[in-house]
Ligand binder design. Structure first.
Ligand SMILES: [Fe+2]
Ligand SMILES: [Fe+2]
Length: 288
């Protein structure tokens, strides 16, 4: 058997709100930042090309690990939903977990905008949630994102860690041979990239890593948040490997990457391969 997951993250589709009420609060900060930097850098006109490229990868399951939007606008979520509609209608073919930009404002959070568009992919269950992908392979979705006035820090709530421990304790080693952990934030960051994490980290990350270390099977932690692609085996949990696809539509000097991870599950092991556009700007940093 072969079961293929394609994972990307941090697409950061952006838009300007039509309704001026939506310009107040944190979104003003987001939009100021956007106008100065992001509109030039995140090439949203390439979104459909990214979706077409992923279609050529022939995934059985698509994972988007957050920051699909920039300021949590309905119009941003709508664009992602349209581009990936082939997968998003069925939780068996997609999982979308939120990033901090998808829970950017209290306004969007109160209306649960992200969840209205993508909650079906996690069965509209509270996080952390678990679902079976195929025989031997489970996926856990985790959400440490919350709107904050300025900070981009995430918080793994102690109640969520408790739920995660319960989920982990109920995973049966005869049935589950590998776990995909979809969470926008990494639990650990390579030393070379620590400067990008400062002020952007997930509080209580160590407790999350420790919970996953209790599993007797490999865990692939699919994340984004820091816009550089890497593969990084956890220095503290021997069964955990972090896979970061970077930001596929972020334009750097030599172009955009279309970066994504292809994970092939053969019923026993996962083989993870990095793919990007030829001659793309940012090559993978592989710590494996
Ligand atoms: Fe991001
Ligand atoms: Fe992020």
């Amino acid at each position: 058997m072969n079961y293929r997951i394609v994972h990307t993250s941090d697409i950061h589709v952006w838009d300007f709100p039509v309704n001026p009420v939506l310009w107040v609060g944190k979104r003003t900060l987001g939009l100021g930042n956007l106008i100065l930097r992001r509109a030039r850098k995140f090439r949203k006109e390439q979104l459909l090309n990214l979706a077409a490229t992923i279609e050529e990868d022939q995934p059985d399951h698509l994972v988007l690990s957050g920051d699909v939007s920039t300021t949590s606008l309905s119009s941003e979520f709508e664009k992602i939903h349209l581009a990936f509609q082939e997968w998003l209608g069925d939780p068996r073919s997609a999982t979308v977990v939120p990033g901090n930009h998808d829970r950017y404002t209290q306004w969007a959070q109160r209306r649960r905008l992200f969840d209205r568009y993508f909650g079906n992919t996690t069965h509209n269950e509270p996080y952390p949630m678990i679902k079976n992908l195929t025989r031997g392979l489970d996926l856990i979705g985790f959400d440490p994102c919350r709107p904050q006035p300025i900070s981009a820090r995430g918080l793994a709530k102690l109640s969520h860690i408790k739920s995660l421990r319960r989920i982990v304790s109920q995973i049966h080693p005869d049935e589950t041979k590998c776990v995909i952990f979809a969470c926008h934030y990494p639990g650990e960051v390579p030393r070379e990239f620590l400067r990008f994490e400062k002020g952007h980290e997930m509080v209580n990350a160590r407790l999350v890593v420790k919970s996953l270390a209790a599993l007797h099977c490999p865990v692939y932690w699919l994340h984004g948040h820091i816009h550089y692609p890497w593969r990084y085996p956890s220095p503290t949990a021997s069964n955990v490997v972090y896979l970061n696809p970077g930001a596929p539509l972020l334009k750097r000097k030599t172009g955009i990457s279309f970066g994504r991870w292809i994970l092939d599950w053969d019923g026993v092991d996962v083989t993870a391969e990095w793919k990007s556009a030829p001659n793309s700007a940012r090559e993978l940093v592989d710590f494996a």
